[in-house]
Design a protein around this ligand. Structure first.
Ligand code: 8Z2
Ligand code: FAD
Length: 556
């Protein structure tokens, strides 16, 4: 995050000064924004940067215990520099959060500089190799030119020039949220690879006396656990491609001072980061549990995969908070649509009248047709967004201000943002396959994946579709069965579909997911290498167990 921030927030002179140092690894930096007391509420951050026109320096301070920077990756022991987000004060006025480059450690002996107290925040659930750290600043001075001034400036006499948009400071977070959508796709693909390969190797239970134990991948319940997640990994792959394209297009516009789509990008990236990381987080646990006891061994790769992925739901914007950000924008779009404004691409459906198109229960609808089902996802999203938006309007009519009305409707707003994200993902998956140049056999296999994703997505949220009369109960049951009917067809290609992710064993880091399937021998080898097995009798025997046993044996 250090380098992307410099690339996006530096003037050209600052780029020339800082970026070569980064690219050549002459300095290593982190992104120090979160504090002990605030991670979500950025306007509440307490670190201060007061401008001193006499020396043309900023004086950085951590004024309270809660203002100590806390969590930034590699801050504890590694980084020589940081981008520090601080409240900018000049000529007696506060201008809000701005980014500053701060050197933390000497480039000679790596010792912290004067006014800098820095260290590691201690062991965490995962991210073991990462020294997430703390930073306490005490009257630490930096040159005026260390404030990143692409969008806002402080002149030598202290005059402040404000940015075209205050939220441009938040740009790096949007970029990393887009990366996290990709991270979700990769993590779910890895977990699917491990679980499906192992399920093809593992044989368990005797269905009928005398019959060989079947591969657990042959059980419909095992297929029902894993194949919708496999399909989701493919869906997220196509979604992250679409998300990155939108990000690149909007970022190019921003670089040309066209800020018209910055809100749409923020809302979409927030919703997709939250949706994909939540789904992946839950999916990793399903994959782990589908491998039985061995899934719980470090040898499976699942403990580390989960512990390292799960903070994706928290960092870069806590997921609930990001869903609310997405919903805030959707509510604005409903208002804009009602006042006749044209809505941008990813939200234009909110101005369509989708209610009349499909009323649940009419017979003869082709429930296996993906285009038709995507229109139902659209209707569900539109209904949920309008329902939540109406809640906000009623709150305002009842005398609340906008913030109060948004807060009181927030449970529904999160549901609406989830439905919006789900519609975008399902639509993108189906549309991406239409554009794919692939053999008819491959198209057929991928169509099975898209179908099971769409069917299972409705089955798992059938309440949404039934409550709004988008589907009747019997239609929802039919779609649920369509998903189950697909499982044995997907079974035929399941191992090939995870092999297609082509994770090398060294990357997958899983004895259960080994490409050669030689699990048991390698599990035994892995166990023998466990540190506890360095000696047959562990030294602790002589100190504790031995004396205990001998003492008690003498009583027999
Ligand atoms: C492979 C994987 C590797 C991945 C490798 C991953 C490594 C990750 C390491 C982790 C790094 C971190 O966690 S770094 C720290 C991450 N921290 C965060 O993400 C903090 C989250 N909090 C925030 O972003 C903000 O506080 C937020 C919640 C949006 C509220 O901010 P405000 O109070 O200023 O905003 P609001 O009052 O809600 O709204 C003000 C307006 O600003 C707009 N706005 C807000 N954020 C915006 C944004 N980013 N871009 C555009 N516009 C934005 C809103 O839409 C509103 O527009 P209007 O409606 O028009 O007014
Ligand atoms: C592994 C890891 C790495 C990190 N790396 C970095 C880094 O490199 N740099 C950096 O600056 N930070 C980093 N962070 C910090 C991270 O960005 C914050 O933890 C994150 O932004 C969440 O903020 P918080 O911890 O204050 O949680 P909080 O905001 O306190 O969230 C706690 C709960 O409050 C709820 N909540 C908060 N606000 C609202 C609201 N307005 N409406 C409804 N509910 C709300 C949340 O939904 C959540 O359930 C990292 C964190 C982790 C775990």
């Amino acid at each position: 995050m250090f380098i992307p921030t410099l690339e996006r927030q530096c003037t050209s002179e600052q780029r020339e000064k800082f970026l070569p140092l980064c690219y050549d690894y002459r300095i290593i930096g982190t992104y120090a924004q979160t504090e002990l007391g605030h991670g979500t509420f950025l306007r509440g951050l307490e670190t201060t940067a007061h401008y001193d026109p006499n020396t043309q320096e900023f004086i950085l301070n951590s004024p309270t215990i809660s203002s100590i920077k806390w969590w930034p990756g590699a801050l504890g022991k590694t980084s020589t520099h940081a981008v520090v987000l601080a409240q900018l004060y000049t000529l007696g006025k506060c201008h809000g959060i701005h980014p500053f480059v701060v050197q933390l450690r000497s480039l000679d002996d790596h010792k912290p500089l004067r006014g800098i107290t820095v260290g590691d925040i201690g062991p965490k659930m995962g991210f073991g190799p990462n020294d997430n750290g703390y930073l306490k600043l005490h009257k630490h001075r930096i040159p005026r030119t260390n404030m990143l001034m692409k969008y806002s400036q402080v002149s030598p006499d202290g005059t402040y020039t404000k940015p075209p948009r205050s939220t441009l400071t938040y740009g790096t977070m949007t970029f990393v949220r887009v990366l996290i959508v990709h991270g979700s796709a990769i993590a779910l693909a890895k977990a699917s690879t491990i679980a499906i390969r192992y399920s093809a190797v593992r044989r368990q239970s005797e269905l009928r006396p005398g019959e060989p134990e079947p591969q657990i991948l042959s059980y419909p319940t095992q297929q029902h656990k894993l194949f919708p997640l496999l399909a989701t990994a493919y869906a997220f792959h196509f979604v992250q491609l679409a998300m990155m394209k939108i990000y690149t297009d909007v970022n190019d516009q921003i670089n040309n001072s066209n800020f018209s789509r910055i809100q749409e990008l923020h809302a979409l990236s927030s919703g997709l980061k939250a949706f994909t990381s939540w789904v992946t987080n839950a999916g990793l646990e399903v994959c782990r549990m589908s491998c039985g006891g061995h899934g719980y061994s470090q040898a499976s790769g699942f403990p580390r995969l989960y512990a390292d992925f799960t903070p994706s739901c928290t960092y870069e914007g806590e997921n609930t908070v990001l869903m609310l950000q997405s919903a805030r924008y959707l509510v604005k779009c409903v208002r804009d649509a009602r006042s006749g404004k044209t809505l941008p691409g990813t939200v234009s459906y909110l101005s369509e009248d989708v209610s009349a198109v499909h009323s649940g229960g009419s017979s003869g609808r082709d429930l296996s047709n993906l285009d038709f089902l995507i229109s139902l996802y659209k209707q569900r999203a539109s209904n949920q967004v309008h329902f939540a938006s109406d809640k906000v309007d009623r709150g305002i009519s009842a005398g609340m201000d906008l913030v109060g009305a948004l807060n009181s409707a927030s449970v529904h707003l999160v549901s609406a943002a989830k439905a919006h994200s789900h519609y975008f993902i399902a639509k993108t998956f189906v549309e991406s396959l239409k554009l794919l140049k692939a053999s008819s056999e491959l198209q057929n296999v991928l169509h099975q994946l898209a179908s099971v994703y769409v069917f299972e997505g409705i089955a798992q949220s059938s309440g949404d579709f039934i409550e709004d009369y988008i589907l009747s109960g019997s239609e929802a049951k039919t779609i649920r069965q369509l998903a189950v009917d697909l499982l044995p067809l997907i079974r035929v290609n399941a191992v090939s579909l995870v092999d297609a992710f082509s994770f090398r064993d060294e990357v997958l880091q899983s004895v259960l997911g080994r490409y050669d399937g030689n699990v048991y021998e390698n599990l035994f080898k892995w166990a023998q290498n466990s540190p506890l097995n360095k000696t047959d009798v562990h030294p602790s025997y002589h100190k504790y167990l031995g004396p205990l046993l001998k003492r008690n044996q003498s009583k027999l």
